[in-house]
Design a protein around this ligand. Structure first.
Ligand code: CA
Ligand code: CA
Ligand code: CA
Ligand code: CA
Length: 456
């Protein structure tokens, strides 16, 4: 299957559609193409069903008559959605493709699709503790002279161009350690929620969501131990406290980070949609200055429901910064112009798709690329950041487009700090326009270059 993504041309149309409050047409052809890829997995007993506006009652009757049970209402008319999105459970023995076919034939159903299984886009390597190795933070003034391909955040920081503590980002991932000494100060605390009183004080549908929410386990604990290492690692690159004599420095060292945990080992499209919408709702409900979400994950095929959620974030001026992906399981990088990687390959105008660069300036061997479907490269090999350990808190070096992505999310927060009131489109343009041309990325991404925050 071939998809030609021309994001710059699509941007205006998508933005217009969002402004008018319309949703994109479902694309069953893309879902069906994904279903032909045997490497993509989905939950065998579930289907996501998007109703048409005003058709709740009819659609509900149709589900009942097909023996399908609603397991969860992801978007409900009672909570203001113009059309409902349901996760339905299939009767024993019924195949997902069978149920999808029946549902698609029903006039009250806008689309039906699999609940894809998603995972992080990282591969850990052996941890060690040393300084001068935070190459992604530096650029041409790196203490290690051969490592000049970093984000230039250190140069920006030393020149006094720093984050100002007014910006928030969402981390859609595993959980984020909320007691790590290097990031604790930047873990968001919901000021509209009284902790542990058993009441949903801010009325967002989540009781006692103090640091965010855990959509994997449907509970308020966004940090559940050493299995939340990937999310914690991402958080350090974005927002570890700089100049505190401890560990590492994040790109935006006083950003506030909201945890929308939906992965633990793996996750699903269903949980990802809830996580994306949670952040969008927080921004609109409380007028929070949330500028981006970090999405260092992928897998699964095309999901119209997830793309719709990403577009809702875009309409709320939230960038969706996404890992370009690490090729397939044997580590072979993919040209995502030819074979899409979701969510980074969705055509939503608020997406920035990020490839991974090694400290030598070479594209990481595992990193996907795409002249039109990937936007920019950022440091993603040998990246030191925060992790939970068996005995508390520590640091580890990980590889992946997962690690490249938070450099760009941190950059978005830094730009928003230095240019208050910027729209998502302006922040995206600034990040892409300041990329440094890099030989290994020529013709392999929209900018042909790497992240550079020193010009912000
Ligand atoms: Ca709440
Ligand atoms: Ca409460
Ligand atoms: Ca939990
Ligand atoms: Ca630090």
């Amino acid at each position: 299957m071939k998809i030609k993504v021309r994001r710059s041309l699509l941007a205006a149309a998508t933005l217009l559609a969002s402004t008018l409050g319309t949703t994109a047409q479902a694309n069953p052809a893309l879902v069906d193409a994904s279903l032909k890829d045997a490497s993509l997995r989905y939950v065998e007993s579930e289907v996501l069903v998007q109703f048409k506006p005003g058709m709740q009652a009819v659609a509900q009757r149709a589900l009942n008559s097909m023996g399908l049970q609603t397991a969860k209402v992801l978007r409900s008319a009672a909570r203001g959605a113009d059309a409902e999105l349901h996760l339905v459970r299939l009767p024993a023995g019924q195949k997902v493709t069978e149920a999808m076919q029946k549902l698609r034939a029903n006039s009250a159903v806008k689309f039906a699709e699999p609940n894809w299984i998603l995972s992080t886009a990282a591969a850990p390597n052996d941890p060690y503790y040393t300084n001068g190795s935070l190459w992604g933070y530096y650029g041409d003034t790196s203490p290690v002279k051969t490592n000049q391909f970093g984000s230039q955040a250190g140069e920006s920081y030393n020149a006094g161009r720093k984050c100002n503590g007014t910006v928030l980002v969402g981390i859609i991932d595993e959980g984020v350690m909320n007691t790590h000494p290097d990031t604790q100060a930047n873990v968001w605390v919901n000021p509209f929620e009284i902790p542990n009183n058993g009441i949903d004080d801010d009325g967002n549908g989540y009781i006692d969501d103090v640091n965010g929410w855990d959509f994997k386990n449907n509970d308020k604990t966004t940090f559940d131990g050493t299995t939340d290492d990937h999310g914690t690692h991402v958080s350090g690159t974005i927002g570890a406290v700089a100049n505190n004599g401890v560990g590492i420095a994040g790109i935006c060292d006083n950003v506030k980070m909201i945890s929308a945990k939906f992965l633990e080992g793996s996750g699903t499209t269903e949980a990802a949609i809830l996580a994306v919408d949670y952040i969008t709702d927080l921004k609109t409900r409380h007028n929070l200055n949330i500028v981006a979400t970090n999405n260092s994950w992928g897998g699964g095929g095309f999901s119209q429901a997830l793309k719709d959620a990403i577009d809702r974030a875009g309409a709320a001026d939230i960038l969706f910064i996404a890992a370009a992906g690490n090729g397939n399981i044997i580590g072979k990088a993919i040209n995502t112009d030819k074979k899409p990687n979701y969510p980074s390959s969705y055509t939503s105008s608020n997406i920035i798709a990020v490839a991974a660069l090694a400290s030598s300036g070479k594209k990481a061997g595992f990193s996907n690329f795409g002249a039109t479907s990937v936007d920019i490269a950022a440091p993603g090999v040998g990246i030191w950041s925060t992790v939970p350990t068996a005995t508390g808190a520590g640091y580890a070096s990980y590889d992946g487009t997962s690690m490249a992505t938070p450099h760009v999310t941190g950059a978005a927060a830094l730009y928003a700090s230095l240019h208050p009131g910027s729209t998502a489109a302006q922040i995206k343009a600034a990040i892409l326009n300041s990329a440094v041309p890099t030989a290994s990325m020529a013709g392999k991404c929209v900018t042909g270059g790497r992240l550079n925050v020193s010009g912000f």
